[in-house]
Design a protein. Structure first.
Length: 234
């Protein structure tokens, strides 16, 4: 039995306006992808990592992640890099196919965005522990600070869902390997992997996430991450 983490990192990251794939953007000198992979391995419970890289940058990414293999790399494990696809879900599917072919002993699969580069290793461990305890799908979540409104096409509010029952979803999301494979083969569509599994009728349970696991999407997010790392974040 082993745990493999898939890291879809094939997005162009245009909203960040850096002129390079978002996963390769450095924060305090270290690319987001390297930080994300280190966080996974530092949890102590991930044996293999499969990164889906932008197809034009597979070799670049291979070179960059070589810097991760010590001291965080697990004994007997490895960091693999494959070419990603057109959409995030395509990148996940390609990485999953590689993982299950190369690591047939993998029974737990995590899916983790490179953009959530500061996810604490304790969150990774909590997700793995919950899957290992028998939950086929596990997601880290946070409560909402803001009220959320549902609006119609014209921007008019049609509903105010009860905030107490809403959660913000983070990654890594953890799955029983066979369940995730079934979800990706189902032809269903959803904005995250847990959404796919949910559509199969499989229960998805939650564990506490962490504010550091925020997704870096905009220049503002990057500035916040830099400020936290360099100790100027207050
Ligand atoms: O663009 P967004 O931040 O929503 O992407 C989420 C994650 O999915 C990022 O880590 C991005 O690199 C990845 N992705 C991918 N393949 C794509 C598009 C996005 O691996 N075709």
């Amino acid at each position: 039995m082993s745990v493999v983490a898939l890291v879809p990192a094939a997005g162009r990251g245009e909203r960040l306006g850096y002129g390079m794939p978002k996963a390769l953007v450095p924060v305090d000198g270290v690319p987001l992808l390297v930080r994300a992979v280190r966080g996974l391995l530092d949890s102590g419970c991930v044996q293999h990592v499969v990164i889906a890289a932008p197809p034009s940058d597979v070799d670049v990414v291979r070179d960059i992640v070589k810097t991760v293999t010590a001291p965080s790399a697990p004994a007997g494990g490895a960091v693999h890099v494959v070419a990603g696809g057109a959409e995030r879900s395509d990148s996940v599917r390609l990485a999953l196919t590689h993982a299950l072919r190369e690591m047939p002993d993998a029974t737990i699969v995590l899916v983790h965005d490179a953009a959530r580069a500061f996810t604490p290793p304790a969150v990774v461990k909590a997700v793995v522990d919950a899957v290992a305890a028998g939950h086929p799908a596990v997601i880290p979540v946070l409560p909402l600070a803001d009220t959320v409104k549902q609006v119609d096409d014209g921007g008019v509010v049609v509903a105010t869902p009860d905030r107490a029952s809403l959660r913000i979803v983070q990654t890594p999301q953890g799955f029983d390997a066979a369940v995730l494979l079934r979800a990706h083969r189902s032809g269903l569509h959803a904005t995250d992997d847990a959404g796919l599994v949910e559509r199969l009728g499989v229960p998805v349970v939650t564990v506490p996430g962490h504010q550091d696991a925020m997704k870096i999407t905009t220049k503002f997010d990057l500035a916040v991450a830099e400020a936290i790392l360099t100790g100027t974040g207050g």
